[in-house]
Design a protein around this ligand. Structure first.
Ligand SMILES: Nc1nc2c(ncn2[C@@H]2O[C@H](COP(=O)(O)OP(=O)(O)OP(=O)(O)O)[C@@H](O)[C@H]2O)c(=O)[nH]1
Ligand SMILES: [Mg+2]
Length: 691
């Protein structure tokens, strides 16, 4: 039977690394009866951390999805990675869901990872439930963590539960809306409902009136009634909260412990009662084939459109494309168009995801997150649609990789096999990229950090049987110009037979940092026929791949094509491409080219007493400290540092802080490399070429 769109709930479990997201996801699946035992990360029995690399590290590396029914609803839980090296996979998964559970740890401060996932959820306009996990720990402080959510993230937490007992002696929760106490006597996840313990009565009464006020604020009618009568019914409070959640005005807070299996039926109920169905979240924006914006009605009867948010590749079973139905209904055994690239695709079986397993289903309605196997030309970010209405939906913006390593296959001659395997890993992981250096033949693998790249190599070996060795990390330098200049490119080979002729004149000027490449055509009077102009641009783009200083790509330049000549017979696209390329190379010579180096944002958390060492060290690495902040007994330092100086920061920080420091890194910007260092880089490139 088809699912009603209003009973669909899709929710991503997000938060910084190690707060217990996967444990929460497992506890939800167990509470709903989707698993007959409670999966645990520590015993390698989790339904969500199922890959060898995840189990070995006790850390989620990729997003994992599980759908199950709860209270007549179709609930899909998306467990996301939180660790800095893997967290980028979380971003694209957020376009697959209509809400998030933001998990926090009341025993430790919020780190940059939390800020990152929080801001992605904010950008996507996703409603938030906050789950305070680890309430079983004696040092847990609900107040401290909720103030941090408010102050550091701008969250709007509203408690809807009050824990009974603290830390190890926590014995249950009071549901503030119903005023019932839920007493937990074991780890079965089941509770006895009863009256609020007498010693909590005052606290609960005060919290309830605060909550009622919060709920009333979502809706004018309720507010009026509340101001009038001084109270609201449970039903009205829930309705007010739901309204506030949808518009991100309120973020209900639930408490519990994945270790003790406390609080998960309540969390399931909150997902169903307080988070909107995807179809209630508002119409999705799309673009039609003429480039016009339109809204997709969140209606099961509308023409089908779906956004592919993730690709999974199993070496044996092949490719799975996971998509969110953005409008209409997807049906098994149907024909669709991949609107992004025009390919016709057949949806054979539709699959519901259950961790590492799947089950077949006949259809999926608007809002559901499902998979289809063996689509040939479909990739993450593509839109699939019914041929009757060919629209595209914009995918999440990709995030740039931070660090690159050169690698080679351990066995001679396995380079191509490595490239093929890596290409599949890149298809699965938006934060990974791979390319081949044309000069040295080396494979360059880039990712969010050293650990990310290392894990990719482990997966390459396990899934595709190729062993590789990582070499020193490579800094992705760029080149640009400092001076505007004019240049000329002329190809003339007209001796005997069919000749080659093309001539172009260009003006080249620097652009502000980060603006990229711009090409302007100012040819008048047909000095170069219109049909050849794209060829000139192509030639320039080709020449930009290799700068003059040290062979790195040239960025941030504007090129204006101002004049040229052609020959009726001897001119061709190829000839103009070559001429464009020649002109650009000529321009570089006189435009005073320089090297640019990448900077990273570095956020270091260090115990107070190691601060001096950490700061001094950052200075010696040419870092610019931008701010410091006290968080508990730690100091958080934010700095911008040249990437070349922190390629191997982890072991150094470990030794400076006796293992108590941690850091996060993300790409920041490019800036000119000081001259004496530029000379060294140029020399190294020349040396590598010779070797
Ligand atoms: N005491 C206690 N430990 C917990 C609780 N929840 C999770 N843990 C433990 O914390 C560790 C990390 O749990 P995970 O569920 O893997 O955390 P995560 O947020 O998924 O971590 P990443 O996937 O790396 O982002 C495991 O050893 C869990 O057993 C809890 O409520 N109380
Ligand atoms: Mg996890």
């Amino acid at each position: 039977m088809a699912v009603e769109p209003t009973s669909v709930r899709t929710v991503a479990i997000i938060g910084q690394g190690g707060v217990g997201k996967t444990s929460v996801a497992d506890a939800l699946a167990f509470a709903a009866g989707a698993n007959n035992r409670l999966g645990r990360v520590d015993d390698e029995t989790s339904l969500f951390d199922t890959e060898a690399e995840e189990m070995r590290r006790r850390c989620s590396i990729t997003t994992s999805i599980f759908s199950f029914p709860w209270a007549k609803h179709d609930v899909t839980v998306v467990d996301t990675p939180g660790q800095g090296n893997f967290v980028l996979d979380t971003k694209s998964s957020l376009s697959g869901v209509a809400g998030v559970v933001f998990v926090v740890d009341p025993t430790s401060p919020l780190r940059a990872e939390s800020g990152k996932v929080w801001s992605w959820a904010e950008e996507a306009g996703l409603p938030v439930l906050i789950f305070v996990n680890r309430m079983d720990r004696d040092e847990a402080s609900l107040d401290t963590i909720l103030s941090a959510v408010k102050e550091q993230l701008g969250g709007k937490p509203a408690l809807i539960q009050q824990p009974i007992g603290e830390g190890a002696s926590m014995s249950g929760l009071v549901d503030l809306v119903s005023g019932k106490a839920h007493a937990y006597s074991d780890e079965s996840g089941k509770f006895e409902s009863g009256d609020v313990p007498a010693d909590l009565a005052d606290t609960v009464a005060a919290l309830k009136s605060e909550l009622t006020e919060n709920a009333a604020e979502g809706n004018d009618e309720l507010l009026e009634k509340y101001l009038d009568a001084g109270e609201l019914s449970d039903q009205e409070i829930r309705a007010g909260l739901k309204e506030g959640v949808r518009t991100r005005g309120v973020m209900p807070v639930l408490c519990g412990s994945a270790a003790r299996n406390v609080g998960f039926r309540e969390l399931l109920d909150a997902i169903v009662e307080l988070l909107p169905a995807p179809c209630e979240a508002g119409a999705a924006k799309a673009t039609d084939s003429d480039g016009n914006d339109l809204e997709l009605e969140p209606d099961a009867g509308a023409p089908f459109a779906g956004l592919v948010v993730k690709t999974l590749i199993d070496p044996h079973a092949g490719q799975l494309s996971i998509f969110r139905v953005m409008s209409g209904t997807a049906s098994a055994d149907s024909q669709v168009i991949n609107v992004t690239n025009g390919a016709k695709e057949r949806i054979g079986a539709l699959l519901t995801l259950q961790g590492a397993k799947t089950t077949k289903s006949d259809s999926a309605v608007v809002g559901q997150l499902v998979a289809v196997a063996k689509l040939k030309g479909t990739h993450r970010g593509n839109t699939l649609a019914d041929s009757s209405r060919q629209v595209t939906v914009a995918p999440a913006e990709a995030v740039n990789p931070v660090i690159s390593f050169a690698l080679e296959a351990k066995k001679r001659g396995e380079e191509d096999k490595a490239m093929q395997g890596l290409a599949r890993l890149v298809e699965e992981d938006p934060a990974l990229s791979v390319e081949r250096d044309e000069d040295t033949g080396e494979i360059l693998l880039s990712g969010a950090g050293q650990l990310h790249v290392e894990v990719a190599c482990e997966r390459l070996q396990r899934k595709y049987g190729v062993e590789v060795v990582l070499k020193a990390p490579k800094v992705p330098y760029r080149e640009t110009i400092r001076k505007a200049t004019k240049a000329h490119g002329r190809l003339k080979k007209q001796t005997g037979g069919h000749g080659q002729f093309a001539d172009c004149r260009i003006e080249v000027e620097p652009q502000p940092r980060g603006v990229g490449f711009e090409f302007v055509n100012k040819i008048v009077g047909g000095a170069i026929p219109r049909g050849f102009i794209p060829a000139v641009e192509k030639g320039i783009v080709e020449a930009m791949k290799k700068g003059l200083v040290a062979g790195y790509p040239v960025v941030d330049v504007k090129v204006t094509l101002v004049d040229g000549q052609y020959h009726d017979v001897d001119s061709s696209e190829m000839a103009f491409k070559v001429a464009g390329s020649m002109a650009f190379k000529d321009a570089l010579e006189s435009a005073s080219p320089i090297l640019l180096e990448p900077y990273v944002n570095l956020e270091v958390t260090s115990p107070d007493e190691c601060m001096g060492d950490v700061m001094g060290d950052l200075n010696s690495r040419r870092g610019k400290v931008e701010g410091m902040e006290q968080r508990g007994h730690s100091e958080v330092i934010k700095a911008k540092v040249p990437m070349s100086e922190v390629l191997r920061y982890a072991p150094d920080l470990t030794s400076m802080t006796s293992g108590r420091g941690s850091f996060e890194m993300s790409f920041s910007h490019y800036d000119p490399l000081p001259d004496h260092l530029a000379a060294k880089v140029a020399q190294e490139t020349a040396q590598a070429k010779e070797d």
